[in-house]
Write a protein that binds this ligand. Structure first.
Ligand code: CO8
Length: 374
C-alpha cells in the first residue's frame, strides 16, 4: 500500500464580480417591472407581488458580500436575469474545461508536476456543461496528458471531497501514480436569479488538486490524507430538475424547478448536526479529537452554518483561524468552496498539524478528509 498526499492546489476565479448592491438593484428593478406588468392579477389575488431584496438581509442571513461569475451583464439585466453565454464551436475548448485547465495549471506547477506525470483526471462538479464527451477527457486532452484515463463525477456540493477519496484509493492501491482533480463550478447558470430567496447564494470558480504517492512527491508542502469518510442520505430539500430529459417532458426552460431550489431552513437544521457528528465520528475513528485539529476547511454555503458546526465540534465559538470563511468573497461555489478555503488558508500551518476538509450539501451528501502536513 502507498500513502496518498495532496501535493498541489490551484484556483481560477471567474472574471466578473457582482456586489450585493448591484445584485439587489437589478433584482429590485426586475420585481418592480413584474409587479407593474401583473398589477391586475396581483390586485385580484391570482399572483403574489414580489417583495424587494436587501443587502442587509443577504449579509445577515448568509455572510455573502459579493460573488464572481462567468458573465454578469446578463445576470444584472432585469429583462434577462441569467448569464449571457456565447455558444462555442465544438472544436473550441468548452467554458467549463477552460476554467478547469486554468486551475489545473496552477495545481500542477504547485506540485512540481507536468502533464507527463498525471495518469488519472477526475472532473468533479455539481453540474456538467454537456452530456458527453466527458469534460475530464477534454481537460486531459487540453493539458496534453497522453496517458491514463479521465472521467466526470457529480455529487453536488460533495463532488470534490468524494473525488479526493477516489483519488486517494487509486493512489493507495497503486492503480494510479498521480491524480488531477478539477472542480469547475459554474453555478450561475443553474441559479434562479429571479427568486429573492436564493438569488444571492452562488458564484463561479474552479479549483484543482494533485494527489500522488507520498514517496514520489517533489513538492515542498505535502498533506497526507490520513482518512476519508463519505455519507449520503436522500433528501429533496435541495433539488434541480434540469436535465437531459427536460426537453422531452416539454418543459418550459423558465419553469422554476429547472433551476436550483431549496428549503433553506430545513437544510440548515438538518445538515448542521449531520456534518458536526460526521466530522467528530471521523476524527474518533482515527484516534483524534476536534480540539486537536489545527484547521477546518469547511464547505462554504452560509457563515452561520459554519459557526454552528464549529461550535458543536469545539464547544466554543470557532475563530476565522479555526475555520476560515471565503464565502464572503466568493459566495457558495458548490463543491469548490472547501477547496478554495484549503488553497488560501493553509500556508501558516506547521509540519505535523492536522486539518479537516469537509463538504456538505445536496443529496444530502457529506464528505470529510483528515489531513496531516508532512
Ligand atoms: N431580501 C430580503 N428578504 C428576504 C430575502 C432577500 N433576498 N430572501 C428572503 N427574504 C425574507 C423571506 O421572505 C422571509 O420573510 P418572512 O419571514 O416574512 O417569511 C425572511 O426573509 C426569512 O427568510 P428565510 O427563512 O428564507 O431566511 P433564512 O434566515 O433561513 O436564510 C438562507 C435563508 C440564507 C438561504 C439559509 O436558510 C441558508 O443558508 N440555508 C442553508 C442553505 C444551504 O446550505 N444550502 C445548500 C445549497 S448548495 C448545495 O448543496 C449544492 C447545490 C449544487 C449547486 C447548484 C448551483 C446552482
Amino acid at each position: 500500500m502507498h500513502r496518498a498526499v495532496i501535493s498541489g492546489s490551484g484556483l481560477y476565479a471567474a472574471p466578473d464580480l457582482i456586489s450585493n448592491e448591484e445584485l439587489v438593484a437589478a433584482y429590485n428593478e426586475y420585481a418592480r417591472r413584474f409587479n407593474a406588468d401583473n398589477a391586475e392579477c396581483i390586485a385580484g389575488g391570482e399572483v403574489a407581488a414580489l417583495g424587494p431584496s436587501s443587502v442587509e438581509f443577504i449579509e445577515k442571513a448568509s455572510g455573502i458580500r459579493q460573488r464572481r461569475v462567468v458573465e454578469k451583464s446578463g445576470v444584472l439585466d432585469p429583462q434577462r436575469m441569467r448569464p449571457r453565454l456565447t455558444r462555442r464551436p465544438d472544436e473550441a475548448l468548452s467554458l467549463q474545461a477552460e476554467m478547469a485547465v486554468a486551475a489545473a495549471r496552477e495545481a500542477l506547477a504547485n506540485a512540481g508536476r507536468t502533464a507527463a506525470d498525471i495518469d488519472l483526471v477526475i472532473c468533479a462538479a455539481s453540474a456538467m456543461q454537456r452530456a458527453f464527451p466527458a469534460i475530464a477527457i477534454e481537460v486531459q486532452h487540453a493539458l496534453g496528458i497522453a496517458q491514463g484515463a479521465a472521467f466526470d463525477m457529480d455529487v453536488a456540493c460533495s463532488s470534490a471531497t468524494f473525488a479526493l477519496d477516489l483519488a486517494r484509493q487509486n493512489i493507495l492501491t497503486g492503480a494510479a501514480r498521480a491524480v488531477l482533480i478539477v472542480n469547475p463550478e459554474v453555478c450561475s447558470v443553474g441559479l434562479a436569479w429571479k427568486d429573492r430567496d436564493c438569488h444571492f447564494i452562488f458564484g463561479d470558480v474552479a479549483t484543482a488538486l494533485v494527489v500522488e504517492r507520498a514517496d514520489e512527491t517533489r513538492a515542498d508542502e505535502r498533506w497526507e490524507i490520513l482518512g476519508a469518510k463519505l455519507a449520503t442520505r436522500y433528501s429533496n430539500n435541495i433539488r434541480s430538475n434540469q436535465g437531459f430529459y427536460s426537453h422531452c417532458e416539454d418543459r418550459d426552460p423558465d419553469d422554476r424547478d429547472q433551476y436550483f431550489m431549496q428549503e433553506g431552513r430545513k437544510v440548515f437544521k438538518e445538515v448542521c448536526p449531520m456534518a458536526a457528528e460526521h466530522i467528530a465520528a471521523h476524527l474518533a475513528d482515527l484516534g483524534l479529537q476536534p480540539a486537536g485539529v489545527r484547521r477546518f476547511w469547511l464547505h462554504q454555503a452560509n457563515i452561520a452554518m459554519n459557526q454552528l458546526i464549529g461550535k458543536r465540534l469545539l464547544g466554543r465559538e470557532a475563530t476565522a483561524d479555526d475555520a476560515p470563511i471565503i464565502l464572503d468573497e466568493f459566495a457558495n461555489t458548490a463543491s469548490a468552496g472547501s477547496i478554495v478555503a484549503f488553497h488560501q488558508h493553509r500556508a501558516d500551518l506547521q509540519r505535523g498539524d492536522h486539518g479537516v476538509l469537509c463538504s456538505f450539501g445536496a443529496g444530502y451528501s457529506i464528505g470529510s478528509l483528515v489531513l496531516r502536513k508532512l
